[in-house]
Design a binder for this molecule. Sequence first.
Ligand SMILES: C[S@@+](CC[C@H](N)C(=O)[O-])C[C@H]1O[C@@H](n2cnc3c(N)ncnc32)[C@H](O)[C@@H]1O
Ligand SMILES: [Zn+2]
Length: 274
Amino acid sequence: MTIFRCPLCGGPLWEIPQGLRCPKGHSFDRAKEGYVHLLPVSQKHSLSPGDDKAMVAARRAFLDKGWYAPLREALAALAVAYTGSEPVVLDAGCGEGYYTVGIREALASAGKAPHVAGFDISKFAVQKAAKRCPELDLAVASAYHLPVADGAVDLLLNVFSPLAIEEFRRVLKPGGYYLYVVPAAHHLWELKEVLYDAPYLNEEKETPYEGFSYEKIVPVSYTVHLPNQEDIQALFQMTPYAWKTPGSGKARLAALTELDCQVDFRVHVFKKED
Ligand SMILES: C[S@@+](CC[C@H](N)C(=O)[O-])C[C@H]1O[C@@H](n2cnc3c(N)ncnc32)[C@H](O)[C@@H]1O
Ligand SMILES: [Zn+2]
């Protein structure tokens, strides 16, 4: 069973031996890892859109060390609190699946029967997520042309991925919830102090979206102690600073042997209006 729809005509997709097929005969192969590729060439703006292999590997290495485990726990607790007994969950821009799997495990441990799906425009990310957890319903797809039916999703998650709010609103059920993770003022402050001569704090704001009401904002703030250069680099490579930091900042970072750094997230919980 999949929540995904045909990206060409919007029709439902049925299982066939080699993958999925819609009533109009559009068919999509299932990769050996178990995911399906639902990104038509017309929606591809490059040969390999999204995070490349090295970025996905860096993210996996960093996340699996548990540095962001408190965020995963907070999201899992919210998912349990804001869903019924058989929720359909969609992780938009799921990357290599760290949060997707955390939520699935928490819902199952709470005695629920979840259907947890995720998509990402990066084939490398979805491949890794599928290997991490074969029970996930995974597709390579774009957030801006989401191949999911209207009102099919009870809980939608977005951790640092593109905000395709119209599509998110469309696929959520009335009364469904949207968990949107954003960096708060002091997120990675000490890293920025090393990289830049004049770092600035992130702006914090409440952003109302049409068709959604604010349920609450949950802070997730703590300090990580990165004990060596390898872990410092793994964090750096995961951030947008990796491609915009001047050489002098990179050299200062390369000279560090350890770093204590604030992690400062806000989970904005929205409810889709009826
Ligand atoms: C910063 S990563 C976050 C990944 C994951 N949510 C996490 O926190 O580990 C952003 C992700 O968005 C994906 N992405 C970029 N553009 C996208 C789009 N148009 N549709 C779906 N995913 C996209 C990238 O491939 C990447 O995996
Ligand atoms: Zn079709």
